[in-house]
Design a binder for this molecule. Structure first.
Ligand code: F6P
Length: 364
C-alpha cells in the first residue's frame, strides 16, 4: 500500500482545495487502498510531524471552496538549514526534521502545492532523497516552467472587479485613482487586471517608472477632456532612480518613507504635479480570497490529476507545468530559485501600448 503525503505551503490562493481534490480523487480511483496523509500548515506540519490521516470523504465538497483544508504557513527557505530552535544549535535542523518525519512515517512520496519559496524547499528535499511532485500555485504567476499558475486568473478576476467599481466613482468625481495590486516582484497580475479593467497607466516592477512621464500621461488625458484616470500599480513597482540604487540604498530610501506602500507615495508625489484630486485603493489580500474562478478550477484539476499520474508512475522530482494547453512534467531543478517576470516585449505589454496605455516611461 502506498502512503502519500500532501501539503500546501506559502501564501494561499484560490484553487488549492480544487487541486487537492484532483490529486486525491485520481489517486483513490486508481488505487483505492492508497493512504493519503495531510500535513498541517505546509512544511510546518512536516517539521513538527503534525498530520491528519485523510479519507476520501475529506476531498468531497471542496471543489469551489477558497483557502486550503490543510492550512498553510510561510517557512522561509533560508531557515531550512537552521535548528528549529535557533538558540539551540545542537537541535536538528528543519530540513533534518522533515527528513526524519518522511522516513519515520514511511512516506512513499510527497505532493507539494506551492509558489517560489516552496519550490526552493521542494528541490532541497528532492536533493536529499525525498520523492516529490509539486503543483504551481500563486496569484503572482511568477513560477518558471509553467505559462500559468492556478490562483492567478481568480485574482485577475477580483482585481478587475475592483478596477471596474473604481471606474464608476472615478468618473462621477473626475478623479485620478491609484489602485495597488499584489504580485510581489512580478507584474503579471497588475498587467492583466490593468488591461481587463481598462487602466490608463500600468506600473509594474519589470518596467521602472518615471514620475514625470506618469504626470504627462495624466495631463494628456485632461487635455483630451477625459474626466478620470486609473493607474494600476503593482505593489513591487519602483522608479527608475530606485532601480539604479544598490540594495542598501534602496532599503534606506524605502524605510524613510512615511507612506505604507508605493500607491500612497505615488499619490503624494503626483499631487504636487497634477491638478486632479487623487485617491488610493489597495484591495490587498482580498485578491487571494474566495472561490476559484471556473478557469482555475479547470487548471487546478488538470494539474492535480497530472500530479497523481506522476505519483502512480513513481516519477518524482517534477513540477507539473502548463504549456500550450498540455500539462507537462518540468524538472524541479529547472524551477527552483528562478523568477518568471514580465518581459518588456510581452504580448500584453505590446497590446496595452497599442491602446495608448502608459507604462510611465519611454517604451521602445
Ligand atoms: O505570493 C503571493 C502574495 O499574495 C504576493 O502577491 C504578496 O506580495 C504576498 O503574497 C503577501 O504575503 P503575505 O500573505 O504573507 O502577507
Amino acid at each position: 500500500m502506498k502512503r502519500i503525503g500532501l501539503l500546501t505551503s506559502g501564501g494561499d490562493c484560490q484553487g488549492l482545495n480544487t487541486a487537492l481534490r484532483g490529486v486525491a480523487k485520481a489517486l483513490y480511483e486508481a488505487e483505492p487502498d492508497i493512504e493519503l496523509i495531510g500535513f498541517r500548515d505546509g512544511y510546518r506540519g512536516l517539521i513538527d510531524e503534525d498530520f491528519l490521516v485523510m479519507k476520501p470523504v475529506d476531498f468531497t465538497g471542496i471543489l469551489t471552496i477558497g483557502g486550503t483544508i490543510l492550512g498553510t504557513s510561510r517557512q522561509p527557505f533560508k531557515t531550512m538549514n537552521q535548528p528549529v530552535d535557533p538558540t539551540n544549535p545542537d537541535e536538528p535542523t528543519r530540513l533534518e526534521r522533515m527528513l526524519q518525519t518522511y522516513r519515520k512515517m514511511k512516506i512513499d512520496g510527497l505532493v507539494i502545492l506551492g509558489g517560489n519559496g516552496t519550490h526552493n524547499t521542494a528541490q532541497l528535499l528532492s536533493e536529499n532523497g525525498v520523492n516529490v511532485v509539486t503543483l504551481p500555485k500563486t496569484i503572482d504567476n511568477d513560477l518558471v516552467g509553467t505559462e500559468m499558475t492556478f490562483g492567478f486568473q481568480s485574482a485577475v478576476n477580483i482585481a478587475t472587479t475592483v478596477i471596474d467599481c473604481i471606474h464608476t466613482t472615478a468618473t462621477s468625481h473626475g478623479r485620478v485613482f491609484i489602485i495597488e495590486l499584489m504580485g510581489h516582484k512580478a507584474g503579471w497580475l497588475t498587467l492583466h487586471a490593468g488591461i481587463a479593467g481598462g487602466a490608463d497607466v500600468i506600473l509594474i516592477p519589470e518596467l521602472p517608472y518615471d514620475l514625470g512621464m506618469i504626470a504627462d500621461a495624466l495631463d494628456k488625458r485632461s487635455r483630451e477632456h477625459k474626466r478620470f484616470s486609473i493607474i494600476a500599480v503593482a505593489e513591487g513597482a519602483m522608479s527608475i532612480e530606485e532601480t539604479a540604487m544598490n540594495k542598501k540604498e534602496f532599503q534606506k530610501i524605502r524605510s524613510s518613507w512615511k507612506y505604507p506602500s508605493v500607491a500612497y507615495k505615488l499619490a503624494h508625489d503626483l499631487s504636487e504635479r497634477v491638478g486632479a484630486e487623487i485617491r488610493v485603493t489597495v484591495p490587498g489580500h482580498f485578491q487571494r480570497g474566495g472561490q476559484p474562478s471556473p478557469f482555475d478550477r479547470v487548471l487546478a484539476t488538470a494539474f492535480g490529476t497530472a500530479a497523481a499520474e506522476l505519483v502512480l508512475k513513481n516519477k518524482y522530482g517534477y513540477m507539473v507545468g502548463w504549456k500550450k494547453h498540455e500539462v507537462v512534467p518540468v524538472p524541479l531543478a529547472d524551477v527552483a530559485g528562478k523568477l518568471k517576470q514580465v518581459p518588456a516585449d510581452d504580448l500584453m505589454v505590446r497590446s496595452a501600448l497599442a491602446l495608448g496605455v502608459s507604462f510611465g516611461r519611454e517604451m521602445t
